[in-house]
Design a protein around this ligand. Sequence first.
Ligand SMILES: O=C(O)C(=O)C[C@H](O)[C@H](O)COP(=O)(O)O
Length: 330
Amino acid sequence: MKILAFGEVMLRYTVPEHMLLEQSDTVLMSTVGTGVNLLGSLSHLGYETGMITQVPDNSLGKKAVADLRKLGIDDSLVGYTNGYLGSFFVELGHGSRPQRVTYQDRLSSSFCITGPDEYDFNSALEGVDYVHICGIALSLTKETRSAALELAKVAHKKGVKVCFDFNYRMGLNENNSHQMMKELYQEMLEYVDIAFGSKRDLTDLLDYAEIKESDLYAKFSADYDIEYFAGSNRKSDEHKRYFQGFIAHNGQLYKSKLREVKVLDRIGSGDAFASGVITGLIENWKYEDTLRFAVANSVLTQESLNDTPLFDKEDIFDYLACDGKNELIR
Ligand SMILES: O=C(O)C(=O)C[C@H](O)[C@H](O)COP(=O)(O)O
């Protein structure tokens, strides 16, 4: 089973000790991004993975690619070119203070200035079972938009399962009109088999009316011939936060129980959930079991520092077996 992901590889600078950037003179550096997180997780879950992207032809690019290899991700489809490595700073939240992400350099990164002609999608997809495309590519530049759409089109034609994460970020779309983004997502969805997103993506971005959740997901899936639509919800009461997953398939809506989460670092929660769902689909698990697994992977990731989930199947099954109540393993 081989999974390929297309998206930007980014350097993440995390301010230590829950400090604000202004308070700190040091940062922790890691290599992340939707594809990196998803594939890093899937390679820990036992599958063959590869990243298709572009990085700068300098030591930053070499560092990023060395980190991919460290995560178990094949780097043979990574191209080296001009440009920068996109990066962002993370200030961790605490209590009622939210976590904050500040992007920099993004639109002139090597990934953002590379269009479809620089990739050989047809040969990249040989022997690939699933390809994952990050929706952020639709928000960035004309090069990333056309590359993402072209990849989806080629994969669809070759019968490779296309996974697509809406990953719609308001902050990255301030200069893009609603109509333009809606049309780009609609074009992409024509090629998609498995979509990851939320109710808000359907109502606010694709302008679906607010109807009963199960009817909304069934209508969306029928309109674009989507085999699976999956995503997560967050709920909170006065003192606790909860995470829940759903899968909509064939007109049915499956939902997990709410699982309490004590968030240390919420970035990567969606990617961890997605890799759990893809695992369940690969393994043909029941949807209820797939959701339990995907939610556990996401909760474990949110209770760990950094984006990339590093849990293997045994970690997740052990966690589920004790219902997350094991405090010490030794
Ligand atoms: O490229 C970007 O702008 C990103 O935000 C990449 C992020 O590292 C992950 O995709 C995390 O996304 P979540 O799993 O939804 O928290």
